[in-house]
Structures are given as structure tokens and as C-alpha cells.
Design a protein around this ligand. Structure first.
Ligand code: ADP
Ligand code: ADP
Length: 228
């Protein structure tokens, strides 16, 4: 469970990015943060893995204030998928996926098995793709690798920041399906940022609609009323 309690973020230039944001995300749930550019979605997301510190308020994971966690352990336990395809260009696909498991000193055999299982999960034949370089894959395939790389060390929480916005509509739709399916299989808690309402409604168990740093509405997709 992730809990934001009365979170405020004011940047040093005075921008009030997030204002009194309180939200509880249950274990195994996908929550989408949706709203226009600049409404505070990314700021809220990055506070979960402490890439940004709140100005006031606290965030709890399983009832423990995240400030009390060791920061490396916190980040190992939180997968992070970014908008820009951010694979390491000089590492093979398998090496890209193995980065965090290796930092955690997993046994070589276990790491290899994990890579194979993850590639299988997103429809990339392991024997074909493990040893390829990122530039030898299409954009959609690279983004798939980006998604499973975030899952590699089996984190409880996955943060996704507009992960599909650089993709064509078909790849996008396939990846949305992948995410839904993965989430059912592995029961991860996912926080997903998007400015695309269709995507927010398609992916979220719960949708958090934001405006100017505040929550406008928080509900299941079918309950969400979008004002024109
Ligand atoms: P702070 O004000 O919290 O010290 P900085 O001004 O040093 O943060 O900016 C940190 C990062 O955020 C930089 O990469 C910067 O380009 C980016 N940034 C700065 N201002 C904005 C803004 N208004 N919107 C989005 N990103 C910004
Ligand atoms: P969103 O993800 O919804 O587009 P952000 O969380 O990136 O919104 O930004 C919220 C507000 O904070 C915006 O007004 C943005 O310009 C501002 N902002 C983001 N990062 C910084 C920064 N480092 N310094 C100053 N202002 C920032």
C-alpha cells in the first residue's frame, strides 16, 4: 500500500506543483494519474521513489514513512519506466534487464532464467533477442524491454511515466494490454502517469484526475465523469 498524506511540493522558484495531495493506493492496484501537462503528475510520481522530496507531508509504503527506508533498497523495490526509451545503448537486451538483479547479487543462473521468463512474457523470443543490442529492436520492442526491465528484480511497486507516448497507436494498444495482463499475473502495484484520458481509463483500476496540483476526482474508470 502506498499512502500520500497531505503532500505539498513547492519548487525553489515558487511553483506550487502539488497542493495537499492525499491518496491511498492499495496493493495490487493500477492507479493512473491523469490531467493536463503541468498539473503535478510527474512530481507526485517521483516523490514515491524519492527522486523529488515533498516540501511538506509524508509518503508511506506499508505504513512505513519512506524517509526511514535505505534509499537504494527503496529504489530496488520500485521499478521505474520512463517515457523516453531509456535502454543502455551499449548493453545487450539481456544485460539491460539484468542490471538491478546483478546489483542485488543474484546468482547468474537465476538472472538468466529471469531474463528469459520476462522476454517470454512480452512476446520476445528469448533465444532471438537476449543478445541483441537495443538499436536492433523496433521502438515498440525496446519499450517492452523497458517495461520488463523494471520488473526484473521483482519489485512490489512499478512507476510508469507516460511510457508509451513515443509509440505508434498499435504498439501502444498492445503494450496497454501487456500491462493489464502482467499486472493480473504478478499482482504488482502500478502507478501510471498519462495525459491521455483513453489510456487512463483503459489501464486504471482507479483513476486520479488532477488539476493544478490538486486531485479533482478519484474513482473507478466507469464512475469517472469527464467534464467537457
Ligand atoms: P529546483 O528548483 O527544485 O532546485 P532545478 O530548478 O534545479 O530544481 O531543476 C531541476 C530539473 O528540473 C532540471 O533538469 C530543470 O531543467 C528541470 N526544471 C526546471 N524548471 C522546470 C519547470 N518549470 N518545469 C519542468 N522542469 C523544470
Ligand atoms: P505534469 O507531470 O503533470 O506535466 P509536473 O509534475 O512535471 O506536471 O509539473 C508540475 C508543475 O511544476 C509545472 O508547473 C512545472 O512547470 C513545475 N515544475 C516541474 N519541475 C520543476 C522544477 N524542477 N522546478 C520548478 N518547477 C518545476
Amino acid at each position: 500500500m502506498i499512502e500520500f498524506r497531505n503532500i505539498w511540493k513547492t519548487y525553489t522558484d515558487g511553483t506550487e506543483a502539488v497542493k495537499n495531495f492525499s491518496l491511498t493506493i492499495r496493493k495490487g492496484e493500477i492507479v493512473t494519474l491523469i490531467g493536463p501537462s503541468g498539473c503535478g503528475k510527474t512530481t507526485s510520481l517521483k516523490m514515491i521513489n524519492r527522486l523529488i522530496e515533498p516540501t511538506a507531508g509524508s509518503i508511506y509504503i506499508d505504513n512505513q514513512d519512506i524517509k526511514t527506508f535505505n534509499i537504494d533498497e527503496l529504489r530496488w523495490n520500485i521499478g521505474y519506466v520512463l517515457q523516453e526509451i531509456a535502454l543502455f545503448p551499449h548493453l545487450t537486451i539481456a544485460e539491460n534487464i539484468s542490471v538491478v538483479p546483478e546489483m542485488m547479487k543474484w546468482k547468474r543462473k537465476k538472472v538468466k532464467k529471469r531474463c528469459e521468463d520476462l522476454l517470454d512474457m512480452v512476446g520476445l523470443e528469448p533465444s532471438t533477442y537476449m543478445d541483441r543490442m537495443p538499436h536492433e529492436l523496433s521502438g515498440g520492442q525496446q519499450q517492452r524491454v523497458g517495461v520488463v526491465r523494471a520488473l526484473a528484480a521483482d519489485p512490489d511497486i512499478i512507476l510508469m511515466d507516460e511510457p508509451f507516448s513515443a509509440l505508434d497507436p498499435i504498439s501502444r494498444e498492445q503494450l496497454q494490454e501487456d500491462i493489464r495482463r502482467l499486472q493480473k499475473e504478478i499482482e504488482k502495484t502500478i502507478v501510471f502517469v498519462t495525459h491521455d484520458m483513453d489510456e487512463a481509463l483503459a489501464i486504471g483500476d482507479q483513476v486520479c484526475l488532477m488539476k493544478e496540483g490538486e486531485i479533482v476526482q478519484y474513482d473507478q474508470p466507469q464512475q469517472l465523469i469527464v467534464s467537457p
